[in-house]
Design a protein around this ligand. Structure first.
Ligand code: MN
Length: 423
């Protein structure tokens, strides 16, 4: 087993109980602190380890890098070094943070600069994202939406169990957690009307998703088989794919969602690596009918990641509205990537592929307001007593993700976004 995920590892850095960031996690992010330029950091407990500083001080000399790739406003260059360097870097950071290692710990002066309290840093978008794809990989979600949008047809369309349905999203409007989300305007067709109206969306929603980040590209004209998909994926983040349901239901025929999804998507700041996640692999749902050969895979390719969604109104405390899990996904990320590239599409470092809304079988595991309130017919009551059919101005949506196995718990932190009124 990879030593960096061993449950026996302990760090000299204080890790509060229940922390998302023990020494077994070591996720990467881009942070800003004081007057320093943006740089790569690793989350450890309630601190951020400044890799640009460690490099400058020689702590990372054994990586034999030609330049300080950690002094950067995105992870792309570091990711581009390749998997061998991801491993070297992870091993070295793990080593420096271990209880028995005194190299950094004993140097009080360096320590002050190397470990920054998380509460004092500003997290930035960790990637330069060229392209963003959104899948539709949860059978429960696709079934629920099918029932609501096509009440007289089959809930699942005939292609759904044969290929991971997806569409090309908008990369330019992916924002970091904490960025306010302005209610979008657009065309909608009110029920019973025969001409559309224009105005702020009335049915603003979140979508609970996880997204993976491309760590190694492929040439145009080639494809990535399921057996190699893992070596092309760097890590994962929580992904809130904000959606305007009233705009969506009017515009989506025949080419799929457009303005209803392109105004914003929010991601969590810490990229949890596939190395850190390896202990949390699990079986996915049985795929029946059998898939075509290029989508076949062996072994456990799903991930057991617990997901939570909270809504916090302007006055109230946060209310837990959904508990789901990434393991419910019918199509795993290896299949998503294999399918994405089977026609010869080239993926590039920093591209993001989101799972689609992750819903489970139980009503409290539905990953969107659309499903939780069944298109507004069953409103949710928040802790402050107010009701919600969809999101209101002033609401903050908070999504959290974490994995637990035995004594080890690693987490993704959270992705938050507050709805502000249309202008
Ligand atoms: Mn989506």
């Amino acid at each position: 087993m990879d030593k960096t995920i061993s449950p026996d590892l302990k760090s000299w850095v204080n890790i509060p109980a229940g922390s998302d960031f023990p020494i077994q996690n070591l996720p990467y992010g881009i942070f800003k602190y004081g007057t320093k330029k943006p740089r790569i950091g690793v989350a450890i407990g309630e601190h951020v380890l400044d890799l640009a500083f460690l490099y400058r001080k020689g702590y990372l000399d054994n990586l034999f890098l030609n330049e300080n790739v950690f002094k950067s406003k995105s992870l792309n260059k570091f990711i581009g070094l390749g998997k061998a360097y991801w491993n070297l870097t992870r091993n070295r950071i793990s080593e420096l943070l271990r209880e028995e290692n005194t190299e950094l710990r004993a140097n009080k002066e360096d320590l002050k600069e190397a470990l920054v309290p998380m509460i004092e840093v500003e997290m930035l978008l960790p990637l330069q994202i060229g392209d963003y794809t959104d899948f539709y990989s949860s059978m429960e979600h696709a079934t629920n939406v099918g029932k609501m949008f096509r009440p007289n047809g089959d809930a699942l369309l005939p292609n759904w169990k044969h290929l991971p349905v997806g569409y090309h999203g908008r990369a330019s409007s992916i924002v970091i957690s904490g960025t306010p989300i302005q209610r979008p305007k657009g065309q909608t067709m009110p029920e019973g009307a025969d001409t559309p109206v224009f105005g702020p969306s009335k049915l603003l929603d979140f979508e609970l998703e996880m997204a993976f980040i491309i760590g190694r590209g492929n040439e145009m004209g080639t494809s990535i088989p399921t057996t190699e998909a893992e070596s092309h994926i760097f890590g994962m983040v929580i992904f809130n794919d904000w959606s305007a349901r009233d705009i969506q239901s009017w515009e989506y025929v025949p080419l799929g969602p457009f303005l209803s999804k392109n105004f914003a998507s929010s991601i969590s700041p810490w990229v949890v690596t596939m190395d850190a996640l390896q202990a949390f692999k699990c079986e996915g749902p049985v795929q029946d009918p059998p898939v075509l050969p290029y989508l076949k895979f062996e072994g456990n390719k799903n991930y057991d990641i617990n997901l939570e969604v909270f809504i916090k109104s302007d006055k109230g405390e946060a209310t837990l509205v959904c508990e789901s899990n990434t393991k419910y996904l019918y199509w795993n990320i290896n299949q998503q990537l294999a399918h994405h590239t089977i026609g010869g599409c080239n993926m590039r470092i920093g591209d993001i592929c989101a799972s689609g809304t992750i819903s489970g079988a139980k009503p409290n595991s539905y990953g969107s307001m659309l499903e939780l309130t069944w298109r507004g017919t069953k409103p949710i009551t928040l802790n402050d007593g107010s009701e919600r059919k969809f999101l209101q101005d002033g609401d903050t949506v908070i999504m959290k993700a974490s994995c637990k196995k035995g004594d080890i718990r690693i987490g993704f932190g959270e992705v938050t976004g507050k709805i502000i009124p249309s202008t």
